[in-house]
Ligand binder design. Sequence first.
Ligand SMILES: [Zn+2]
Length: 211
Amino acid sequence: MNVHCLPAGPIPTNAYLLSEPESGQAVLVDAPLGVWAKVEPILKKEGTRLVALWLTHGHWDHTQGAAEIVRKAGVEVSAHRADQPLYETPEVMRSRIGPSIALEAVRIDHWLGDGDTLQALGRTVNVGHVPGHCPGSLMFYFPGEKVVFGGDALFKGSVGRTDLPGGDRSQLETSIRTRLYTLPNETLVLSGHGEPTTIGEEKESNPYVRG
Ligand SMILES: [Zn+2]
C-alpha cells in the first residue's frame, strides 16, 4: 500500500491518499480545500481509481475539499454521526473561520461507529471513535501495516485542541489512552497536521498524555 501525505488548504491539513496499484484502488483520508488538485495526478500516474473518502472529523479544514471530490470522483463519504451538524451546516463554525472562506456542505453516505470495520484495498480497516477534539472524531487503523490515521486526536508531541465547540479535554485523554495507546508501540501515527510519530514515542514523551 502506498501512502501519500498531501498537505492542503489555508491551514496546512494533511490528507492521506492510500493506494494499491495492483488492485487499481485508492482511498482518501480527509479532504482539505483544494486537495483534489493533488490527488488527481497521483491517481492518473498510478492508474488507480478513488473508491472512498473517509473523514476523521467535521472541522472545516478537513472537509472543505470533499464536495469537489464527490463531484469529480463520484465517491461515497464516510464519517461519524456526532459531527453531522458540522458536515451538513458548516456555517455553524463561521465565527471561528472568518468571512473570507466559502463553506460548502458535505453529504455523508455512511455513518461509522466505534468497532466498525471497513474493507478497502484488499484489507480490513478498524474504525475507532476518539472523541474529545471533536465529538465525531474517528481513527482508521490498518492492523496489517500497523499504521493509524488519527485525525487531530494525537500529534507528535501534542494533542488536539479542546477549546472549540464540542471539545472535551478529559474525553480526549480517555480516547487517547483507550484507543490509541492500546495499539502496538511500533504503530505509525499519521495525524491531521504536522509530522508522523509512533504510539511508543508518544507514550514515552508526549507532555499532554503520558502512557
Ligand atoms: Zn480539527
